[in-house]
Ligand binder design. Structure first.
Ligand SMILES: Cc1cc2nc3c(=O)[nH]c(=O)nc-3n(C[C@H](O)[C@H](O)[C@H](O)COP(=O)(O)O)c2cc1C
Length: 170
């Protein structure tokens, strides 16, 4: 089985998850950023494709790669500000899956929370008034505080377990 992990990461959260996933795959499995996608991507039996959530979809750099993945077996993973069980998290990975060019159904999804860049939080709080969905509120502050410790050891262990489950099903 020839696997590859490809990730897009702005502040490092998704990269951490990608590296944990690669560590659960055979030694030598490539783990590359979207800037280093190999020309022979289509020759891999399975692609683990990771991105950070950006406005309810994969981030732009990941979107460009998703649109080019022709492999039959694709597992998607992402880090996002909201808890992975929230509907927004599921909608985000489904939006990303729709970008696959051949209508492939991903062989699995993995989502985990990732700390949000404090500069972005500050910017959003300045941009949107208190009470607005993106503005400052006790709930919003609590969610950012909760995300601040992720991905944690438990998330990385779950990411490895996810890889093992996907591989066992191939
Ligand atoms: C511009 C921007 C847009 C974002 N949009 C979302 C979003 O729609 N939903 C969400 O849950 N998190 C969102 N986030 C949070 C990031 O997806 C999250 O912090 C992620 O873990 C960052 O991953 P990275 O460290 O690999 O870049 C956004 C972050 C930024 C900077």
């Amino acid at each position: 089985m020839k696997a590859i992990v490809v990730y897009s990461s702005r502040t490092g959260n998704t990269k951490l998850v990608a590296e944990a996933m690669a560590s659960a795959l055979p030694a030598g499995t490539p783990c590359v950023s979207v800037k280093e996608v190999p020309a022979d991507l289509a020759s891999y039996d399975v692609v683990f494709m990771g991105f950070w959530a950006d406005q309810g979809n994969a981030d732009k750099a990941a979107q460009a790669v998703l649109k080019e993945i022709t492999n039959e077996k694709v597992a998607l993973f992402c880090t996002l500000g909201v808890p992975p069980v929230s509907p927004h998290a599921q909608e985000t990975v489904e939006a990303a899956a729709k970008l696959l060019p051949n209508g492939q159904t991903p062989v699995g999804y993995f989502k985990c929370q990732g700390k949000v860049d404090p500069k972005i939080i500050e910017m959003m709080y300045k941009m949107f008034p208190e009470g607005h969905a993106h503005g400052k509120s006790p709930e919003r502050d609590a969610r950012h505080a909760q995300a601040a410790s992720h991905p944690d050891e438990n998330d990385l262990a779950n990411a490895k377990a996810f890889v093992e489950e996907v591989v066992a099903k191939l």
